[in-house]
Structure formats: C-alpha cells, structure tokens
Design a protein around this ligand. Structure first.
Ligand code: C2E
Ligand code: CA
Ligand code: CA
Ligand code: CA
Length: 279
C-alpha cells in the first residue's frame, strides 16, 4: 500500500494494474505516433442556423495505432497533456487543419473557418505565437478562417499572462472561442477583459434543453449573455430536430452535432461540400 495522506491508504488492485499498464502502453506508443504518421484529423461541420449553410468545421484528432487500433482522444489527450507530448501533437493538428482548410478553399468550396482545440500546455508553450504565425504564413490561410478553441481552465491560474497571450493571438487576426462554456469554475469577469469572439455552449446543457427547465434557462442565458457582449454563440452536441428548433427560436447563431453530421474523415467532409449539403 502507498501512503497518500494521514489516514488514506491506496491499495493497488488488479484492475488498477491493468489501467496503469494500458497507460504505460499508450504513453510509449504516443512517443512515436507523430513521426509514424498515425494521427488523422476528422472534421465536424458547423452550420449557420439561419441560413442552414456549413460555415466551418471543428478539427478532431483520431489516432490509428497498428496494434492498439483506433484510440479515441478521451484515452490519450490527457496522457499527452501530462507528459507534454500534446505540444508536438497539437502543433501537428494546427498545421494539418490549416493546410486542409486552405486546400478546400483553393478547390473552390467557399471560405470556411476551421476550429482547432488548444490545450493548456500549448497555451503555456513559449513559442505559441511564433508557431501560430508561421503556420499561417506557411499554409497561406488567412487568419480570419482559423478559430482557436480554448477552455476556461486556461484562465483560472494566473490571469495576467493569459490576457496578454490572448491579445497577441488576437493581433494575428485569428478568432478565439471558449469551448465547453459553462462547465468551468472561472468567474465571468474574464469575458469582458479577454478578446473573445465566440462562446461554445457545452453539449451537457444542450442534451436536455427540451426536457429540463434548468438547462433551458442556462442555454437561453448563455445565448443572451453572448449577444449582449457582441459575441457569436454556437451550440455543440445537437442531436435532435427538437434541440435545433429550440436553439433556432432562441437565436443561437450556429450548431454542431450528430443531428447534422458526426465528425468525418476529410474525404467524406469534402463530399458534403461538393453536394452543397446544409440544414
Ligand atoms: P470537444 O472539444 O468538446 O469536442 C467535441 C466532442 O463532442 C468530440 O468528441 C465530438 O465527436 C463530440 N460530439 C460532437 N457532436 C456530438 C453529438 O451530437 N453528441 C455527442 N454525444 N457527442 C458529440 P471527440 O472527437 O471524441 O473528442 C473528445 C475531446 O478530445 C474533445 O472534446 C477535445 O477536448 C479533445 N480533442 C479532440 N481533438 C483534439 C485536438 O486536436 N487537440 C486537443 N487538445 N484536444 C482534442
Ligand atoms: Ca472543442
Ligand atoms: Ca466542446
Ligand atoms: Ca464538452
């Protein structure tokens, strides 16, 4: 038994051994994943609720390991963050997503915006701004077609460097959005001080909007809050036409979710664009 605190002993059970073994396996496999080209990006469409048109997409990473199979992000992003490997992986995601978006623009599918998730570790990396600038320059993507998704956890610790970094990101011309909005513990005061463009309503609130009065109240309040602050608002995890109707009636700007499409491999996403599909 390992001593944790005064009266807390943690016993290792076979289940925990299994878990830590898998962790070690994932951790060592992750080290080579970028060089071995094992990551791919899937793209989930984001639609303007009023026009019904695809206006953007979120890039979501997938890992295809020759022995472990497809490892979902929920099983390796946390490990990649703890070990710092997320910095290298995240840089790959950013570059690939921007290059793909530019290629679609050049192919004549219209000017869409690509959203990329940024982890806390990347946010703290010394070369974040340089890296962003060089990716934009190398790929030729105009910055207004890149959106960086941040989570509230980034703003919790030391707020001053965060404000400064966000302004430097904003100065590059990219859009900034707050992912999983409403699930963090930070105060709302950062909203007025940070140069944010978009609030992304967490899917846990969207899931029950047509059944739960509290979630309805939260969602309508977030929409009103966003609009009062002149921010755009997007709902994620939209799965039903009832949820979409509700969001439409309450003036939510954009939606993303299984109701329209799951995240798709690039080729399938491109097919949606070719067919001009929308809501
Ligand atoms: P997230 O950023 O909140 O991404 C949205 C997640 O919700 C995605 O899961 C997406 O597939 C899922 N989703 C979309 N629509 C629906 C829906 O209608 N219903 C339900 N139930 N789920 C829906 P995914 O792709 O498994 O990603 C999970 C998380 O992993 C992401 O949550 C994000 O935090 C992280 N992640 C994924 N890709 C990256 C990446 O490139 N970098 C970083 N740092 N994190 C990533
Ligand atoms: Ca996200
Ligand atoms: Ca989210
Ligand atoms: Ca979420």
């Amino acid at each position: 038994a390992k001593k944790l605190g005064r009266n807390n002993f943690q016993f290792y059970t076979p289940a925990m051994n299994e878990e830590s073994l898998e962790r070690v396996r994932i951790e060592s496999a992750l080290r080579n994943a970028v060089e071995r080209d094992e990551f791919v990006l899937y793209y989930q469409p984001q639609l303007d609720i009023k026009t019904g048109k695809i206006v953007g997409m979120e890039a979501l990473i997938r890992w295809q390991h020759p022995e472990l199979g497809t490892v979902p992000p929920g099983r390796f992003i946390g490990i990649a963050e703890e070990t710092g490997m997320i910095v290298q992986i995240g840089a790959w995601v950013l570059r690939s997503a921007c290059a793909q978006n530019k290629a679609w623009q050049d192919a004549g599918y219209g000017k869409l915006r690509v959203a990329v998730n940024l982890s806390a570790r990347q946010f703290g990396a010394a070369d974040l701004i340089e890296n962003l600038a060089s990716v934009l320059e190398d790929t030729g993507l105009e910055p207004e077609y890149l959106e960086i998704e941040l989570t509230e956890s980034l703003f919790m610790s030391d707020i001053t460097p965060a404000v400064d970094l966000l302004h430097r990101m904003k100065a590059l011309g990219v859009n900034l959005s707050i992912d999983d909005f409403g699930t963090g513990y930070s105060s709302l005061s950062y909203l007025s001080r940070f140069p944010i463009d978009v609030l992304k309503i967490d899917r846990s609130f969207v899931a029950d909007i047509t059944r739960d009065a509290n979630d309805e109240a939260i969602v309508t309040s977030i929409i009103a809050l966003a609009h009062n602050l002149k921010l755009a608002v997007i709902a994620e995890g939209v799965e039903t036409s009832e949820q979409l109707d509700y969001l439409r009636r309450h003036g939510c700007d954009e939606m993303q979710g299984y109701y329209f499409s799951r995240p798709l491999p690039a080729r399938e996403f491109e097919q949606l664009l070719i067919e001009g599909r929308g809501l």
